[in-house]
Design a protein around this ligand. Structure first.
Ligand code: ATP
Ligand code: SF4
Ligand code: MG
Length: 359
């Protein structure tokens, strides 16, 4: 399995919560191992997250990419411990050496309040329309820290500055409806940063914003990741957004990671037929014609086809693809792939003749 190591130095401005165990330098911030999340349905168990494994270092952004229903949000909610009681969950989510899955629910609630935060797609669902920004920030801050009201207001201002809100004193007094969409999402990010989280989960946080505002919010995420040294999992269905924000990309299909690698590897050298389809379906700047869609639709997660889940839609499927689920294997040190057909083609492809300047 490829292990992605930090390219950027990370400087932590944020103090670790008192209850958080010290991480030793060799331990990644987050290690997700064999994570499975299932929900009961009338047709049997629906497997939304299917044996997902990866690891993430502090100061790095993992972009998680996939079509609707591929299990992206289910994975984030499982990490955060937000799944309903009837969900069946197995595997490990080890954050700074502690397994969040095997924790008691009271420990998990504490973790949710301090080590991990989440930013959702729609800022209005995270903000209470009847309270000002100041009231919402101050209340959240005082739940985390033993501060007087005026100290909490100072901290709220500090956070609004951190998320680069112009005229923060004025915005503090505003109600959510008085702010633009981009500004609201910055307030939501400020709320998520109140606890100095080690891990920030972002579920399509820019999808509801227009393109220009989206670009600025992506810059903010990148800046905060670098400055605060958090690990970030950033879910998106848009490859160009993943390429902009992430260090690594994991492509999910039908609950599984089918390809994973550094941004350069995935964008310049996509190997999995599904990733190639996503690239083809992506609208590029200046592109006017309708992008190609991947034919067919994702499988029913309560009744997966035998073998590779992508086989019914795959233009290069072979008989063997229907026999068993391929493993995710390393095809280069920075690239893992779940497709033996493409991997075999790559190794048997004739190598280009060497150009030694003799002709
Ligand atoms: N609480 C739940 N109970 C039953 N099924 C669920 C539950 N949460 C998610 N699912 C199912 O799990 C599958 C994956 O859903 P998920 O929300 O993770 O997809 P997604 O990749 O985030 O899609 P989108 O891009 O549309 O947000 C879907 O089939 C969904 O219906
Ligand atoms: S394993 Fe087979 S069906 Fe699956 S993506 Fe590869 S070629 Fe297509
Ligand atoms: Mg989702």
């Amino acid at each position: 399995m490829a292990v992605f190591t930090a390219r950027r130095p990370s400087v932590s401005l944020a103090a670790a919560p008192a209850t958080e165990p010290e991480a030793d330098a060799a331990t990644p911030l987050l290690r997700v191992k064999d994570l499975v999340t299932q929900f009961p349905t009338k047709n049997g168990w629906l497997t939304a997250v299917n044996h997902v494994s990866y690891q993430l270092e502090a100061g790095r952004v993992l972009g998680v990419l996939g079509e609707s229903g591929s299990g992206k949000s289910a994975m984030l909610r499982t990490i955060l411990g937000l799944q309903p009681k009837h969900a069946r969950i197995s595997g490990e989510v080890i954050l700074r050496g502690r397994d969040l899955i095997s924790m008691s629910s009271s420990e998990r609630t504490e973790v949710r309040g301090s080590w991990v935060s989440m930013v959702f797609q729609d800022p209005m669902t995270a903000l209470d329309p009847v309270f000002t920004v100041e009231q919402q920030l101050v209340e959240t801050i005082r739940r985390h820290e033993d501060l007087t009201k005026s100290e909490a207001v100072d901290r709220a201002l500090e956070l609004l500055n951190l998320v680069q809100i112009p005229s923060p004193e004025r915005r503090l007094k505003a109600y959510p409806f008085e702010l633009s969409g981009g500004m609201r999402q910055r307030v939501v990010i400020a709320l998520a940063l109140v606890s100095n989280p080690s891990l920030l989960l972002a579920d399509e946080p820019t999808t509801a914003l227009d393109v220009t505002v989206q670009a600025r919010v992506l810059d903010l995420f990148r800046d905060l990741t670098d400055r605060l040294g958090m690990g970030v999992i950033f879910v998106t269905h848009d490859l160009s957004v993943a390429a902009e924000i992430a260090d690594e990309i994991a492509v999910m299909y039908a609950g599984r990671v089918v390809e994973r690698g550094t941004v350069d590897e995935i964008v310049r050298n996509p190997q999995h037929p599904y990733t190639r389809g996503l690239l083809g379906a992506n609208v590029r700047p200046g592109q006017h014609e309708r992008p190609l869609a991947i034919p067919g639709s994702p499988p029913n997660l309560a009744n997966l086809p035998p073998g590779c889940s992508f086989a019914p839609r795959c233009s290069v499927a072979k008989d063997s693809c229907w026999q068993g689920m391929p493993d995710l294997v390393e095809v280069s040190p920075l690239h893992d792939l779940r497709c033996p057909v493409v991997a075999a083609d790559a190794t048997t492809a004739p190598t280009a003749p060497s150009t030694n300047g003799t002709h």
